[in-house]
Design a protein. Sequence first.
Length: 112
Amino acid sequence: MSAASTDLMAGSFLDYTAVDDDTAPTAISTSDKVKFLFVQNTSTTDGVVLCFDGGTAAYNLADGVFVGPSQTWFGRLPNTTVANLHAISSDIGDAGDATANLIVAALIDDVA
């Protein structure tokens, strides 16, 4: 995660059903719903602020969730889309000065 607000998830995901080795992973769409989100911050110095409403993530976001260094956060997000999820590296009191490393796992409803 960088010191600029960006999408939390992009790329592709694995289907929950068995697929053969010739089947490509499914592309994540901004309209896909994130039913469950798990975020593990593996950094030892910087945290990350999560934004769930599609706005710009910032260290001083009133409704943002701060995940500190070596901390984990998870939750059910029944109506949040991939486009709504943004994040930024951050210290608890000011903008982050480094890149936070995250492990992100999600259960996604492929609505696209």
